[in-house]
Ligand binder design. Sequence first.
Ligand code: AP5
Ligand code: MG
Ligand code: ZN
Length: 220
Amino acid sequence: MRMVILGAPGAGKGTQARLISESQGIPQIATGDILRQAVREGTPLGREAQVYMDRGELVPDSVMIGLIRERLSCEDCANGFILDGFPRTLEQAKALNALLSDLGKPLTHVFDVEVPREELLKRLTGRRVCRQCSASFHLEFNPPRQEGVCDHCGGELFQRADDNAQTVGKRLDVYGEQTKPLTAFYRELGVLTTIDGTRDIGEVRKEFADLLGAVSTKQG
Ligand code: AP5
Ligand code: MG
Ligand code: ZN
């Protein structure tokens, strides 16, 4: 299965992509995580991306498309992948379609996880992320078993630099202007499924599992 998960900042893309990756055995490709790692390592990509990320703006399409082209050519994507945070502009979506149709491997699923803005603000400002494996937790909605420590790998939890109230507002505006229009693009292609992301993590997880089960049986 070759999947895109769309949704606003804080919708739960990363949380659900990780769960699907574990259950389906295909990689989660989170462009935000890849960029944050590049920033930490101080690579040329990281130095370029950091300026945009700190402002809550999008990293240029040419950079992101090159990054995804390279990542999707890796061996571990041969049996499928979950894109979390890509595409985010119409140009990225069109480039992805072109790339996958060249390979004869079009997208099989595009999900749009919908959550209203007030709820997104609460999720983002209370989020804590693992420094080692990037897992997301929430102080109130999804607390780790031990405060400040990742349940999965024991890594240290921290607050993302772009999860402050000001940058969060900007990210949500950028999402509305540049990424939301992708739902119409994918709806027209007939591959879009909308998911109500306001329910708790387990319920959203179950809906994904039901939909994926149903679709994979249908497709054989
Ligand atoms: P990125 O890292 O992708 O951030 P984002 O899109 O803003 O999305 P988030 O990671 O904030 O949210 P999420 O949907 O993954 O939510 P999560 O599961 O963590 O991108 C960061 C930056 O990188 C961008 O601003 C841009 O600069 C750059 N970038 C990345 N990709 C790019 C691209 N393609 N093009 C250009 N630039 C790009 O959940 C959020 C919180 O809510 C957590 O605390 C979680 O525990 C909690 N939660 C999750 N689900 C639920 C639930 N059902 N109920 C209650 N709480 C929940
Ligand atoms: Mg994320
Ligand atoms: Zn971890």
